[in-house]
Ligand binder design. Structure first.
Ligand code: F6P
Length: 343
């Protein structure tokens, strides 16, 4: 078999581990040849490829980013994009394509699968907002980074008796904010799924700080939304997949807290730090399991499927199902914790 592989969308730790697993499983397990496409779907649109083998993947397991590069190119937004993708696949004699991506990259994979492209998906995104899988590659590392940052913010907030707002990624879902906020003992967690009332946040902070010196860390997902009619936020830029380029709600929240409560407030926006550096052990294992399972799926002819984590098992779900709705926060998770720790 000739297998193509690409990484698309925002990068994350664990992509290289997944590429390595695909290549090793192909070469050692099945005697396949592997072609890597550069910068996600751009590589297929522009026939920009590189041969991959076990030797060229040495040292990739702990390396952050993606050696194939990535982009947010959407072939359906490029003139003749789909035709170009099909032509490259044919020219390269690709029997199976492994697309490693989030909802956008896999959304394209689902459309191509409908036209007969033999594609298998691997779920990745630090946001963990892809349906059909318990976890996506990159999420665990991002949570570790954010929780470590919150721990560090605690000690400086304590010294100065301040409120620090820590803005984390997550434009449509508050998974990182919730996991990191719980792990880091945040005073409040603001997520896109539940518009927040700044007055309620301020009341809670006042109550906490009235009991003496206190350090309060407020974790805000970048997509956190103020409840209607409370505070206004500027409209963001929109990318090729129609997503807003966010970042900055943390500043607004910190300013409002300082103004309304008089408590000295600061903001830290973690941004792309959450996507950089070496993957956690969990993400390395997940990426390795997904990579090998995707190659098995290709050899079993399970095209149009995405490998997915369900409890302890790696199983398969239709890519079209995984991208049909975003996996937003499990509200029971936040409610059960909120009852005891917040408010
Ligand atoms: O999709 C993952 C993600 O990290 C989001 O959390 C974030 O909003 C976005 O990517 C940032 O994208 P970019 O790196 O293109 O600015």
């Amino acid at each position: 078999m000739r297998v193509g592989v690409l990484t698309g969308g925002g990068d994350c730790p664990g992509l290289n581990a997944a590429i390595r697993a695909v290549v090793r499983k192909c070469e050692v397990g099945y005697g396949d040849e592997v072609v890597g496409y550069r910068d996600g779907w751009r590589g297929l649109v522009e026939a920009d490829r590189v041969p991959l083998d076990v030797a060229s993947c040495r040292g990739l397991l702990p390396r952050g980013g993606t050696v194939l590069g990535t982009s947010r190119t959407n072939p359906y937004k490029v003139e003749g994009g789909e035709k170009k993708v099909l032509a490259t696949l044919q020219e390269d004699g690709i029997d199976a394509l492994v697309a490693i991506g989030g909802e956008d990259t896999l959304g394209v994979a689902a459309r191509l699968a409908e036209t007969g492209v033999q594609v298998v998906g691997i779920p990745k995104t630090i946001d963990n907002d892809l349906s059909g899988t318990d976890f996506t590659i990159g999420f665990d590392t991002a949570v570790e980074i954010a929780a470590d940052a919150i721990d560090r913010l605690h000690t400086t907030a304590e010294s100065h008796d301040r409120v620090i707002v820590c803005e984390v990624m997550g434009r449509h879902a508050g998974w990182i904010a919730t996991y990191a906020g719980i792990a880091g003992g945040a005073a409040a967690i603001l997520v896109p799924e539940e518009p927040f009332d700044i007055d309620a946040v301020c009341d809670y902070l006042r109550r906490r700080h009235s009991k003496g010196r206190f350090a309060s860390i407020v974790v805000a997902a970048e997509g956190a939304l103020p409840a209607e009619g409370t505070i206004s936020v500027a409209s963001p830029e929109i990318d090729q997949f129609g997503h807003p380029r966010l970042g900055g709600i943390g500043n607004t929240v910190a300013e409002e807290i300082e103004q309304r409560t008089g408590m000295e407030s600061r903001v830290t926006i973690l941004g792309h730090v959450q996507r950089g550096g070496t993957p956690s052990a969990f993400d390395r294992v997940l990426a390795t399991r997904f990579g090998t399972a995707a190659v098995d799926a290709a050899h079993e002819g399970a095209f149009g499927q995405m490998v997915a984590l369900h409890g302890p098992r790696v199983e398969r779900v239709p890519i079209s199902e995984a991208v049909s709705t975003l996996k937003t926060l499990d509200k029971d998770l936040i409610r059960s914790v909120a009852e005891v720790f917040f408010g």
